[in-house]
Write a protein that binds this ligand. Sequence first.
Ligand SMILES: *Cc1c(COP(=O)(O)O)cnc(C)c1O
Length: 220
Amino acid sequence: MQYMTDIQSHLKLVEQEIGDNVKLVAVSKTKPQEDLIEAYNVGQRHFGENKVQELEKKYQDLPKDIKWHMIGHLQTNKVKYIAPFISLIHSVDSLKLANEINKQAKKNNRVIDILLQVHVGKESSKFGLSKQALSELLSDEKFKLLNHINFIGLMTMATNTHDKQLINDEFEEVNSIFNTLKEENQLKYLSMGMSSDYKQALECGSNMIRVGSTIFGQRN
Ligand SMILES: *Cc1c(COP(=O)(O)O)cnc(C)c1O
């Protein structure tokens, strides 16, 4: 058997667990480029980052067939730096941001895939649309007219808690919103689940998980 590094064997374990119908985004934020290359060398192509500057640098230095995912909060004034190459933006949560992505995509002759980030937890959060805000955005003519973005799914983060039932309830709620919107909007991805909760997320209908520390080890 071929020798594998820790990163490679952790990645393979997650892959085996989730099967072929789930997209694995390897969350490589804060990790050095050598770590990404290890994952790349055993076939991983989707990587997730949450800082624009780090994303840009890694994009420049690493192989061009990597699909880059922006999973963190995105400021409108930084969209221009990732618009030329970003594969999927998971964290769209306002018309203002959608507008800017549309504008920058157009400048680059691209149509950029986006997910809308939803927040259903009781704890208030600065990020993510409530169910109500999501439905308002989707019925807004200004949003519908943005033809350089392609709305293909939803993303959510569960409340950071050990309460499995609470996490489950949140995932179930987002899954039900996803199912309601899926047909009409031709949605493809429900991005939910990270290292601590991806197994639960998959039971609740997720088909895209964002896993960092389980693959690359704890971040400092
Ligand atoms: C960091 C991060 C992850 C991955 O977290 P792990 O616990 O390391 O798997 C997933 N999603 C988002 C939005 C993140 O910021």
